[in-house]
Design a protein around this ligand. Structure first.
Ligand code: HEM
Length: 367
């Protein structure tokens, strides 16, 4: 239906259709990320570790930050990483095939993005196993209620800050050919990133780069298990893989929601939204809008009218890592499908991650 609906428990306004979801994401002055971040910041956490990152800024602050980060995060870095993504994916796929019965999340879908982001950040590999706990702790900052939950979040922030500060200091003394060294050097119009901005960006990359891609790979594996003809096509024709990935992104979107705060009284498709309201774009629903996608509830890789899903967002905050996520998914799937005949799920029910904003399997026991 046109218009927005109200959703509890926050009394938020929710845009379920493509038109309203994209309108929301297109207008950062009316629907602010910065005001949302300030309003959602719990006092017990101390300085919010991602408060100076681009995700929580509106123009004009966002504009300069994005220009600086885009330069360091560009095509040369992505192509440098391709070799590492391939090596990691092939090694893990070989190990999974050797073991026969595995949980694909633990053995593959989490480990590929985890190791790639860990390497991009220049962190010691002994810290990589901590990433799951770290991103869970970061995600829990807005919902932690008990003193024990809050202490766990604070302890995660302390551990991450220590590790990331050490990386920054090392790279400042000994620059290398990596992302952190490039971020330290990056300069646009005579401006460089401040230490707070650098640290906030590195903090953001863990949940933004690992969890989402884990879910994309998990949803892709689940789809291959449920639709064996897709696995056959991907193995027979490499060109099918990117089409398949785009359809998984649309059909099983890892990001289901995007939040904003209304900065003024505004009307969207006939619904009056008072200033200060929480407004959310339901990406997962917009991606199934029949006004934009023909037969939206069918899984159809290579859609004839294109596949302009909102899974990576829209407008100024469009995902900075979209190119990397697509590369990781393509290379990981190529490595996997060339090694396995089929994927058999060991359980008929899927255990999903426990989150209302993200979508992907928590475990994937297969043989
Ligand atoms: C922003 C989704 C992978 C880094 C976003 C946004 C979405 C998104 C929806 C916009 C959020 C908003 O408007 O509020 C995804 C999905 C991914 C993925 C579905 C994987 C399938 C990655 C990776 C990285 C990354 C691999 C980095 C290594 C970022 C950053 C932003 C962002 C830095 C903030 C951009 C800005 O505010 O200008 N992502 N992401 N993402 N993503 Fe991703």
């Amino acid at each position: 239906e046109p218009g927005l609906c109200r959703v509890e428990p926050f009394g938020a306004f929710a845009a379920a259709r493509y038109e309203e979801s994209s309108a929301l994401l297109k207008d950062p002055r009316t629907f602010s990320s910065e005001a949302l971040s300030a309003a959602a910041e719990p006092p017990w956490i101390g300085p919010n570790p991602v408060a100076q990152s681009l995700l929580t800024k509106d123009p004009p602050a966002h504009t300069g930050l994005r220009a600086l980060l885009t330069r360091a995060f560009g095509a040369p870095m992505i192509s440098r990483l391709e070799v590492r993504v391939r090596e990691t994916s092939e090694r893990l796929a070989d190990a999974a095939v050797r073991q026969g019965e595995v949980d694909l999340v633990d053995a593959f879908t989490h480990v590929v993005p985890r190791d790639i982001i860990g390497e991009m950040l220049g962190l010691d590999p002994s810290l990589f196993p901590n990433f799951k706990r770290w991103s869970q702790g970061m995600a829990a900052i807005t919902s932690a209620v008990t003193p024990a939950q809050q202490e766990e979040c604070r302890s995660v922030v302390r551990e991450m800050k220590l590790a990331l500060t050490e990386v920054l200091e090392t790279r400042r003394r000994h620059p290398a050919e990596d992302m952190v060294s490039e971020l330290l050097q990056a300069e646009v119009d005579g401006r460089k990133l401040s230490d707070d901005e650098l640290l906030s960006f590195l903090f953001l990359l863990l949940p933004a780069g690992v969890d989402t891609t884990t879910q994309l790979l998990g949803n892709a594996m689940l789809t291959l298990a449920r639709r064996p003809e897709q696995l056959e096509q991907a193995r027979a024709d490499k060109a099918h893989v990117p089409r398949f990935i785009e359809e998984v992104l649309r059909y099983e979107s890892p990001t289901q929601l995007s939040f904003r705060l209304a900065t003024r009284d505004v009307e969207l498709s006939g619904t009056r939204i008072p200033a200060g309201s929480l407004v959310l774009g339901i990406i997962g629903s917009a991606n199934r809008d029949e006004r934009v996608f023909e037969q939206p509830d069918l899984f159809l890789p290579g859609r004839s009218k294109g596949n302009q899903h909102l899974t990576f967002g829209y407008g100024i905050h469009f995902c900075l890592g979209a190119q990397l996520a697509r590369l990781e998914a393509r290379v990981a799937l190529e490595a996997f499908v060339s090694r396995v005949r089929g994927i058999e799920l060991r359980s008929s029910t899927v255990e999903w991650i426990d989150s209302f904003g993200s979508h992907g399997p928590a475990t994937l026991p297969v043989r």
